[in-house]
Design a protein. Sequence first.
Length: 129
Amino acid sequence: MRGMSYVHMAGTVGNVPQMGTTRDGTPWARIRLAVTRWDHGNQGEATDWWTIKLYGANATRAEKILRPGVGVVFRGTPQLEEWTDKESAKHHDLSVRADSFTVVRYPAGPRADGLQPMPLQPQSEAHAG
């Protein structure tokens, strides 16, 4: 049976996106995402750090608007990378290759994309007539 792995990760951007290009010229971005969860063993919050990888237009968009402190939801597939270093020690890293992302919260102060924050619009009240 074929399976499918797809994740949604909500958290806070921890770094300015690291940028580069692949051999074929496709832009890529690497971001660290802080995801806070409840740690039952310690009866408190714990933060896990994830590596998020974006390619193409998503990488270019991330470079323009993602900065430390921005709340964001990424959607994509988990990837396990394994490698051996110069001392023959084996390593592995679990990351997410994001297909898309949505900004959900900007930190106080100016927005990372230079735009002014949109004020919240009061909801119109329905009046019984």
